[in-house]
Design a protein around this ligand. Structure first.
Ligand code: SAM
Length: 235
């Protein structure tokens, strides 16, 4: 087998601190904002000259969290309820022969901090700390194919899930001036029902937790309703 070695050009800074509850594709939650942080020798201004003319970027990255877990030729897409098997190349599963991911994100701006070059992005589906292999402009004339067939994932996933929040949790969100979109981000994450398919079949109330930014969010699922009970600030 041939091998190629690639350089990591930077890392993703994301509100999603764990795999659980990250949207399954980019663009589903535009309120999720993050950064592509490029480090020397890839942090030179010249390397991104002209990039601001593009509204969206392709990010090629490593599924680093699952990279050492191997792969198999068939996977069970959550989209199909976790019971139907499809070939790995017919899915966007993270467990692949080469653990490489591809996401289109919106470019919100370019800035610089402590010698690093920062591309502000939104709509990401990337875990915090994801290593970046490459960045390319999204070209609508070639990359947008409205007549293309989406197979078993022909439209954005839809759930009937609703979301409510306890008063203390709602107040907590209001007070986070650094994250004005926190409440809407939580609501949208929960509306897409992040539970694995086998848990969705369970009866009765279930308790869950996730970390967004440095907040631990706890909620209860009852039928098709999520109720956020508590938000705790992590150290
Ligand atoms: N848009 C990309 C693609 O098609 O290659 C990713 C699709 S994959 C189905 C999206 C999921 O990958 C997310 O819901 C999250 O659970 C997972 N994920 C995101 N970043 C990851 C990382 N660095 N390592 C492992 N899994 C990751």
């Amino acid at each position: 087998m041939n091998h190629y070695q690639f350089n990591i050009i930077g890392y993703v800074a994301s509100p999603y601190k764990q795999k659980f509850a990250i949207p399954r594709q980019p663009g589903l939650i535009p309120e999720a904002t993050g950064q592509l942080v490029l480090e020397p020798p890839f942090a030179d201004d010249s390397i991104v000259r002209g990039i601001e003319a593009f509204s969206h970027l392709w990010v090629v990255f490593v599924f680093h969290e699952t990279a050492d877990k191997g792969w198999s030729p068939m996977v069970r897409p959550p989209r199909l309820g976790g019971n139907t098997r499809k070939g790995v190349f017919a899915t966007r599963a993270t467990f692949r022969p080469n653990p490489i991911g591809l996401s289109v994100v919106k470019l919100e701006g370019v800035s610089r901090k402590n010698g690093r070059l920062i591309l502000e992005i939104s709509g990401l589906d990337l875990l915090d700390g994801t290593p970046i292999l490459d960045i390319k402009p999204y070209l609508p004339y070639s990359d947008a194919l409205p007549a293309a067939s989406g197979g078993f994932a022909d439209a954005a996933p839809h759930t009937a899930m609703t979301v409510s929040m306890s008063e203390p949790a709602a107040l907590f969100c209001q007070q986070q001036t650094r994250y004005p979109q926190l409440r809407i981000l939580i609501e949208k994450v929960l509306k897409q029902d992040p539970r694995p398919p086998y848990k969705k079949q369970r009866e009765g109330e279930q308790q869950y937790g996730m970390t967004l930014y440095n907040f631990n969010i706890k909620w209860i699922v009852d039928g098709e309703h999520n109720h956020v009970t508590e938000i705790i600030q992590l150290p």
